[in-house]
Ligand binder design. Structure first.
Ligand code: SF4
Length: 253
């Protein structure tokens, strides 16, 4: 399973993001998430549990990022993007709002052109400071995988109370200023291509009108076995009505 053992990792080069630094706000030796997605690249929560998880503070993240950015500057390595992703859900770190401020300040100082992105499951938007912090980054990439609570129970396996309607209500407060990320897959209990579910998901997209929709499918090893991915052609056909209506939809195979 893919786990990150540092606060700051990279830079790694990708065609999509260019030279990219990653930030892990979660335990370096385990996983911490309030979902337990059947496709999670970090594995099941039970296998990543640490008894006393140590979460980096804003000061820890600031020191680690400043050091890496200084090093990159000295070496002449450009940084095009800084992305919060890692061993779980970044907004569970209680210092998340302060960390965003710190990271944006260092970005402005060392690499003002770099875009700051956060990958989040959108469950903590009910906290006003988390919502405001996510609104400040360049790319808040927020997840809705299934349009119903039953679907989310099958795919995301939330650890507490989860209501798609509540998350949609919170996402409306972005006025479209976010990227909606959705995993397309087929499991014994859930099929993203099911007509009724797909229609309901598209209605959520129409309601929220995100500035971009990012659909993707399985890539690496998954904790649940027997999951099926979709081809780019299949996914493109699934989202065609949205594209025809003028939505920007990125399909990643
Ligand atoms: S929300 Fe992300 S980190 Fe959490 S279980 Fe799902 S894929 Fe893994």
């Amino acid at each position: 399973m893919l786990r990150f053992d540092h606060i700051v990792f990279g830079p790694i080069h990708s065609r999509r993001l260019g030279s990219s630094l990653g930030i892990n706000l979660l335990p370096h030796d385990g996983k911490l998430c309030n979902f337990d997605c059947i496709y999670c690249e970090c594995g099941w929560n039970r296998d990543g549990r640490v008894l006393h998880p140590v979460l980096p503070s804003a000061a820890d993240v600031g020191a680690a990022l400043e050091s890496r950015l200084s090093q990159c500057t000295e070496e002449g390595t450009p940084i095009d993007s800084i992305t919060f992703s890692g061993n779980g859900e970044p907004t569970l770190n209680p210092d998340f709002p302060a960390i965003v401020e710190t990271v944006l300040g260092l970005r402005d100082r060392f690499c003002p052109e770099a875009k700051v992105s956060v990958l989040s499951n959108a469950t903590m938007l009910w906290k006003e400071d988390v919502m405001q912090a996510l609104k400040k980054v360049d790319n808040p990439i927020l997840k809705i995988d299934a349009p119903t609570d039953q679907g989310a129970a099958a795919v995301n396996r939330p650890c507490g109370v989860y209501s798609v309607a509540d998350v949609v209500g919170n996402l409306r407060k972005f006025n479209g200023g976010f990227i909606l990320q959705t995993m397309f897959l087929r499991s014994p209990d859930y099929d993203s291509s099911d007509t009724e579910g797909l229609d309901a998901w598209m209605n959520i997209v129409r309601d929220l009108s995100p500035r971009e929709v990012m659909v993707y499918t399985l890539d690496r090893e998954t904790p649940m076995k027997g999951l099926e991915k979709f081809t780019v052609e299949q996914m493109s056909s699934m989202v065609k009505p949205l594209v025809d209506e003028g939505f920007t939809v990125q399909v990643r195979g």
